[in-house]
Design a protein around this ligand. Sequence first.
Ligand code: MN
Ligand code: MN
Length: 276
Amino acid sequence: IALIGVPLDIGTSNRPGARFGPRGIRAESVLVRPYGMATGAAPFDSFQIADVGDVPLNTFNLAESIEIIEAHYDAIVATGAKTVSMGGDHTITLPILRALHKVHGPMALVHVDAHADINDEMFGERITHGTIFRRAIEEGLIDPNRMTQIGLRATGYSAADFDWSRDQGVRVDTAEDCWNKSLEPLMAEVRERIGDAPLYLSFDIDGLDPSVAPGTGTPEPAGLTASQGLEIIRGVYGKNLIGADLVEVAPQYDASGNTALLAANLLFEMLSSFPG
Ligand code: MN
Ligand code: MN
C-alpha cells in the first residue's frame, strides 16, 4: 500500500490551506501506534506500507496539476500497489479515480462529506473541489448505483443541491439522518450496495463536526462524530477496497493539532480496512 501526499489547495472555494495537510498529518502521526486495540488490526504486519512522499504539483496551475496527479497514480498503480492518499483539497480525487478506473473499471464509492461535490460548475469552472463527483459519474468512473454519500448538510446554492446525486441512483444519507445514532446499521446496508465491486473510500474531513475537526477550509456545523467516522471506515472492512483518501485537512485553522491527529488516526483505520 502506497501512502501518498497530494498537497493541492488551488481547487478550493473558501479558505485555502489544505496544501499543509500531508505535512500536518505526518507530524501528528507520530502518536499512531502499530496495533488497533478495538479491531485487532495490524496493518503494518499485514501489508508492506510505504510513505512514497508527495506528488510534485504545479502550484500555479490546477489543470496541469490534475494531469500530474493522474500520471503519478498511473505509475504507482502499475506496480500493483493500492493507494491511500492524504489531501490536499477534494479536487485530487478526480485524477486519482481516473487512474484507478483504467485498472479496475467502474468503482463503488463511499463518500463522507458535508458537501455533495456534484455542482456542474463553480464560477464557470468545471473542475474544482465542489464538482468532482459529477465529473466522476459523467465519465463512468463510479457506478452511482453502488455509491453512497454520508454526512451532507448545512446550506446550499439551491434547494435541489443534493437531488442530482439521487437522480443518478446514488444513496444519500444526510447528517440529520445520522444524528444521535450508531452508523453500524447504515453501513450494513451500504455494504449490500457495494457488493463485490472494487471500492474507493473518499473521506472529506469536513464530513465530521467542526468541534472535532475545525482544521478545514469549508466547515459546516452539526456534522458526524469522530466515532461515527470510525464506524464508516470499519464498516467497509471485508469489501474489495482498492483505494482511499482523506482530504481537506488544513491544519493551520486548528492550533491544537487535533484535526491532523484525527486524520492520522482515520488513515490508520483505512489501512486497517483493506482486505488481507
Ligand atoms: Mn468534499
Ligand atoms: Mn466538504
